[in-house]
Ligand binder design. Sequence first.
Ligand code: ADP
Ligand code: MG
Length: 544
Amino acid sequence: MNSIGINQAFFGRTQYLDLLKRRVIDLKEGYRQNIAFLGSCYVGKSTLIHYFLANLDEPDVVPIYLDLENKELPYFFFKFTGTLLYNFSKIKNLPLHDDLNLLIESTKGIIPHTIDVIQKIRTDLTKGKNIDTFSGLLTLPEVFTNETGKSCILIFDEFQNLEEFAIADVFQYLGKKIMTQKRCFYILTSSYPVEAKKILAEKLSLLFGNFEIMMVEAFDLQASQQFIEQSLVDKRIGAQLKSFLTDFTGGHPLYLNLICQEVLNLSAIHVQNEIYMPILSQAVENTIFNRWGVISRHFELIVCDLCTGKGGRIVTEILIALSNGQHKTDELLSSIGVKKTQITQRLNRLLELGVIVKNGTFYYLKDKLFKYWVKYVYQKRLKDVELAPDKQRRQFKDEFNACVEIFKVSSRKDFPARIMELLHCFDNEAFNLNGRKYKLPLFQEIVSLKLKSETGRDLDIIKAKTTGSEWFMVTKKENLGESDINLILAESKRAARKPERCVMISLSTIDENARLKALQERFWIWNENELNTLLTLFDKPHIL
Ligand SMILES: Nc1ncnc2c1ncn2[C@@H]1O[C@H](COP(=O)(O)OP(=O)(O)O)[C@@H](O)[C@H]1O
Ligand SMILES: [Mg+2]
């Protein structure tokens, strides 16, 4: 299990922490609402829970945290009972032992009934009665809350692993318990959102104990930037490099953390107070290119996991093809050269594992940095015939520098120009953006112009022609208002032919009146979320 070290401060996540605090208050008031935190591996779910628990200061609420990754029933028993008694002892100012027997001794005078039940479960465990042990443990919180009048928070980290206990209908069983234990607040986490949602919908959709699903994502742009600043302590870093790092890591706290740590180490060695390209580039080389670099090892283990076993080679080839920008099944087929069913089977598994995402007919790797590593490190290691590590290293460095340069050039371009670049990529594909389906045509001609509003302000417009029709787009980084919509309406009335489609594109949210008006006119609205999806699909840096 990963946990935050002493020199790594916890950062952000206030929205989830606030939610958890509210749910604890609700629990004390007799209203219990369970939560499931779902999100990719290493995105920060356990860290969030640990931080929440470390700061939980409620004498009437006893938490039990269980990490279920690769754990067996005996562990589950000792951890479950041990944590319960330990946290109860803490609240009661009783001696704090690490040993279950000692904990039992010091608490049995106060909670005799709970201790009796624990002893019985232990007997079941030693006799190998797995089902009785498991059901006994799930009943224990109820016994405890009845005896003490306290509430419990039960946390199953990576809860899908309960399946490994080989107990028939384990989730239905858990569901029944959850329904009746109104004084237990359940928090589940899972790194496999697809599988977890299925379990939650099919087996844990309960009458009085439904789970509120919270998706935990990587840090957003602003949080990433602040996180970098915090991680670099007293070292300065320019806005552009900070933005680059955010985009490069996709805001993943783990990667930001590891790269920033390395940057800090290097800046100490080279006695530098400001971070420039050479240090960043060296830090990336050390962590991502070097075989024993932390991120490199991390990715290697992931690939090893995904690509061992029968048909592993196909998975490797799929990962490589996706990293090289081949997104569609047909493209994958022609580059890998195996049967279609073989590809779709593997793609489906990768989808289930959350390694890739599908949008329309496009498949892409979810983790940006992993994609970078597959493309620039892993692929080369596999395919290079010449054993020349220095050459590979130099090449990696050059490619990384080029990548930073491209980012810098893009980020210097203004907003309309970035949108035009994106429009040039469309080719009659349909995509899902924020739950809506959009068919995006191949544009033959794209021009930008400025319209002057009554107040004399300029509004950036893009006109894009397909064969036989025209699209009008308004691009504005800031808030779009009603006057902007009126302006584009007037422009479309002036046009020889009514535009087929008007799209309002803005990085800020659009004000409510303007939104209603746009919807009334059947305009499309694209905000940050839609834009970022498109930029990811077409391999472009996000607009910061
Ligand atoms: N909020 C955060 N603040 C600082 N670092 C974080 C945060 N969230 C995650 N991390 C970093 O990412 C690593 C992996 O997070 P973890 O909680 O283990 O992921 P998950 O449980 O989702 O698989 C942590 O060990 C830590 O280094
Ligand atoms: Mg975890």
